[in-house]
Design a protein around this ligand. Structure first.
Ligand SMILES: Nc1ncnc2c1ncn2[C@@H]1O[C@H](COP(=O)(O)OP(=O)(O)OP(=O)(O)O)[C@@H](O)[C@H]1O
Ligand SMILES: [Mg+2]
Length: 419
């Protein structure tokens, strides 16, 4: 019925002991013996028995007190206790149950009864344990599903919103950028005509002369091309941003498609640009890219981008925090991104920061859903568990961390190139 388990018999009477031990041995059940309450408690604490057969009347602390102490002790409270008693009055029986016993066996013992009751309670204990295990397994599974749901929710609402905005931005930006070249030409033409006027009519009327001086026409003519140029640069930037946004949330179909991870990294960096810049509290974060030669990787690029986003956002948070605490005040805040293919045909992406690092105790819980060290409202503790799910479960990849407190952190993502 059990592998290494045993039953603890607690009785001070040699005759009772021998009857009980014979009954158990005849069924092949292993047992140990304690002859008083104190030693029973000590034994039960050391080697948890499956079941305790407990005599009520003993020298020293009696069975009731022994039971009370066993039930008060977190180490022993789950061990079922069966009283063995010659007391047959209702009061003693109910007292035993009240103290947490699961059953009682009257003395003198009938061997069959002892065996039957012991079997029932061993079985009950086993069932309870397997139920508890099932509840634990289900809870883990539920938690996983919950993270998955949140991730999908996050992805789809955020993704749709961003893709929608990026799309809507496109039209107005193209009005601006497509109208800049003709405007440029018109302005050049008008300037030329003004120049020609000035040449042909060297003595303008006083009215025109005044108006020209008031306007500072010369300055305007020189400044206009510069303004146009900044409009052009601005429009181009918005266009790049809009493209990055669309790459970033490239809608995820149900099938994997070959994706350019470098493009994914770049679009993610572009979206995080505002957080990388000098922000008054710290200088800008230097991003060093050591991109290797990566072929296209068969993946859900939208989701992989979300992984990059979560890891990069954490790196920025870590740097911000290290700077706030003054731990990297004398070196440049830095994020290094390195990519390569390894011998197993995996695309490897390493993202390293020189923030405060991750202490050992935190590393063990890093990928747990809802685990965060950030203040309420700042972190939800989902970033890395989502990243883990995407890399490991969705892509059969590997997500590892290498960090030492005070030495910065490196996350390594490995994605099979074709799968
Ligand atoms: N680069 C890093 N440097 C130092 N600590 C880190 C780094 N990345 C993650 N951590 C630690 O791991 C914890 C969990 O990270 P995770 O991204 O899962 O959640 P979070 O950032 O706290 O919240 P969010 O759900 O908003 O991402 C963080 O709270 C932080 O303590
Ligand atoms: Mg995070």
């Amino acid at each position: 019925m059990f592998h290494n388990g045993f039953i603890l018999i607690v009785d001070d009477n040699p005759t009772n002991l021998s009857v009980l031990s014979e009954a158990l041995s005849s069924e092949g059940l292993r047992f140990r013996v304690a002859i008083d309450g104190e030693s029973a408690i000590a034994q039960a604490e050391r080697n948890r028995p499956e079941l305790i057969l407990l005599d009520v009347q003993m020298p020293g602390i009696n069975g009731f007190e022994t039971c009370r102490r066993l039930k008060a002790n977190p180490l022993t409270k789950h061990i079922p206790v069966i009283f063995t008693t010659a007391l047959s009055d209702i009061e003693s029986k109910t007292k035993g149950f009240f103290l947490g016993a699961v059953d009682y066996i009257p003395k003198p013992f009938a061997q069959e009864e002892v065996i039957a009751r012991v079997r029932v309670h061993l079985r009950l204990k086993q069932l309870t344990e397997s139920l508890e295990q099932q509840v634990r397994d289900r809870t883990v599974a539920l938690q996983k599903t919950q993270v998955q749901l949140i991730q999908q929710e996050k992805l789809s609402t955020l993704g749709e919103l961003i893709a929608g905005i990026a799309h809507e931005m496109n039209n107005p930006i193209s009005f601006i950028s497509s109208n800049i070249p003709p405007l440029d030409e018109y302005i050049a033409a008008i300037s030329k005509i003004l120049e020609l006027y000035a040449k042909e009519y060297t003595h303008p009327t006083a009215k025109i002369k005044n108006a020209m001086e008031e306007l500072d026409l010369q300055f305007i003519l020189e400044d206009m091309p510069k303004i146009l140029n900044s409009l052009k640069v601005g429009a181009e930037r918005i266009q790049t941003l809009s493209n990055s946004l669309r790459t970033f949330c490239r809608s995820d179909s149900d099938i994997r498609i070959p994706g350019d991870l470098h493009q994914g990294l770049d679009s993610t960096l572009m979206i995080l640009q505002h957080r990388l810049k000098d922000n008054g509290d710290r200088p800008g974060i230097e991003v060093i890219k050591n991109y290797g030669n990566l072929p296209e990787v068969n993946c859900y690029l939208g989701q992989i981008n979300q992984v990059f986003m979560n890891i990069l956002a954490n790196a920025i948070d870590a740097i911000d925090e290290a700077i706030a605490q003054g731990t990297i005040s004398n070196s440049t805040p830095q994020i290094q991104i390195t990519t390569e293919i390894d011998a197993q045909q995996m695309a490897i992406i390493r993202i390293a920061d020189n923030g405060g690092g991750i202490p050992e105790s935190v590393q063990q819980r890093l990928f747990e859903p809802l685990f965060t060290t950030k203040p309420v409202g700042k972190g939800t503790g989902l970033g890395l568990s989502i990243a883990h799910q995407i890399v490991v479960e969705k892509h059969n990849g590997i997500l590892e961390v290498d960090s030492q407190s005070g030495m910065g952190t490196e996350f390594k993502i490995a994605i099979p190139i074709s799968s």
